[in-house]
Design a binder for this molecule. Structure first.
Ligand SMILES: [Zn+2]
Length: 313
């Protein structure tokens, strides 16, 4: 729990888990309200929302989770809307892409080797651009046109299914298309992979799906202790980014006070700040949005980087 409200550590660490008998909205809601009550007990309602200092994205209060990523399960999404109305919900891109591939594979034409995968991967490449790369609506429109054109030429149904798939998903575009989500602090996570893999490793540690509550609880505690040790190691001074002495002295104030992940990012940003023509450009740095860390435009204003430049999370 100590680590919940700090800048990302690059490692994933679970902060809680729940055991429920059915995946229904009431159960999800109970779990989420328990989570909110124990980790963010002082944040009552959405009236405490405020704007982030560095940019104009609305990030609720800085201490609440910035985003939730789900596999588009209705009951869970509704429960999050109820328990965390201030927070942005994103859809797992891996799940969207898997569905896309499953639905579109039978529709694809075959290449000279009789293979459909090649065309499917190219079509999925256009989807990747829409979901992960485009940041302005003109780019998005261009990429959608390219997607539809490619589907028309390379699908047996002249692209009808591909068009229908995109139209269906576009009803929910605010939750997955990059143009709408790139300004949210998602720490580079656009899939639910991390939760899924934490779940898988927990299952592995348990070894069995049944057992007495006491035995299972002891196993879980042991498993989480190991994870906690791993997380503690992520804190402290960075060693991976090499830095010269003069620039290093600028970091004295934040040394040993921020996690290695944040320190590495700040060093990389500081290394950029020596390029003068980049400074004159308008700041549109994604690091502000996605990691809530200062970019080289902001860091360049300070001789010494003080701890106040780094948000709590
Ligand atoms: Zn910037």
């Amino acid at each position: 729990m100590t680590y919940v409200n700090i800048v990302g550590t690059s490692n994933t660490f679970p902060i809680s888990g729940a055991w429920v008998d059915h995946e229904m909205i009431d159960n999800y809601l109970w779990v989420l309200c328990c989570l909110r009550g124990s980790v963010w007990p002082d944040v009552d309602d959405s009236s405490s929302s405020k704007k982030n200092n560095h940019n104009n994205t609305t990030t609720a209060t800085p201490l609440l989770p910035s985003v939730f990523i789900t596999d588009n399960e209705k009951a869970l999404r509704n429960a999050i809307t109820n328990a965390f109305p201030e927070c942005k919900q994103l859809l797992c891109y891996k799940q969207i892409k898997n569905n896309f591939k499953k639905q579109l594979l039978p529709m694809m034409k075959e290449d000279e080797d009789g293979d459909k995968r090649g065309f499917l991967d190219k079509l999925a490449g256009h989807l990747d651009q829409i979901v992960l790369k485009c940041t302005i609506s003109e780019e998005e429109k261009k990429e959608i046109d390219a997607y539809l054109r490619f589907a028309k030429d390379n699908c047996k149904d002249q692209g009808k299914s591909a068009k229908a798939f995109l139209e269906r998903k576009m009803h929910d575009k605010e939750n997955w298309v990059n143009t709408y989500v790139f300004k949210h602090p998602h720490f580079g996570n656009r899939t639910s992979n991390r939760a899924e893999s934490a779940h898988a490793s927990l299952k592995h540690a348990l070894g069995t799906s049944s057992g007495k509550l006491k035995t299972v609880t002891m196993k879980i505690v042991k498993c989480y202790e190991a994870l906690r040790r791993l997380t503690t190691e992520c804190l402290g001074e960075s060693t991976t980014v090499v830095f010269d002495k003069i620039n290093s002295s600028r970091l004295n104030d934040i040394c040993h006070k921020i996690c290695r992940f944040a320190m590495d990012h700040i060093k990389l940003e500081l290394a950029k700040s020596i390029i003068p023509e980049k400074l004159t450009k308008e700041c549109e740095c994604l690091i502000n949005y996605n990691y809530l860390l200062p970019c080289y435009h902001q860091l360049a204003q300070y001789k010494k980087i003080s701890i106040s430049c780094i948000p709590r999370r």
